[in-house]
Design a protein around this ligand. Structure first.
Ligand code: SF4
Ligand code: SF4
Length: 72
């Protein structure tokens, strides 16, 4: 589970999500001027990008649960 989608129609290219991501997953496309998911494997599902995106263009998989190490 991870960030799944950025709606290009809604994205204004403001870059807030890029700055909000602690894992450096997102980039603004040089040609498109829109946010792109570049390093999805690094996503930790913190929801910063989804919560901070003004037009609500970001979708992070809601099934992600906080990973806790086994207690042994
Ligand atoms: S959910 Fe968090 S780690 Fe994943 S892309 Fe968004 S801001 Fe980055
Ligand atoms: S915060 Fe939203 S509108 Fe701004 S660049 Fe990211 S996806 Fe696009």
């Amino acid at each position: 589970m991870a960030i799944e989608k950025i709606d290009r129609e809604k994205c204004t290219g403001c870059g807030i999500c890029v700055d909000a991501c602690p894992m450096d997953v997102l980039r603004l496309g040089k040609e498109s001027g829109k946010a792109e998911i570049r390093y999805v494997k690094d996503c930790v599902c913190c929801y910063n990008c989804e919560e901070d995106c003004p037009p609500g263009a970001v979708y992070v998989d809601p099934r992600r649960v906080v990973q806790v190490p086994p207690a042994w």
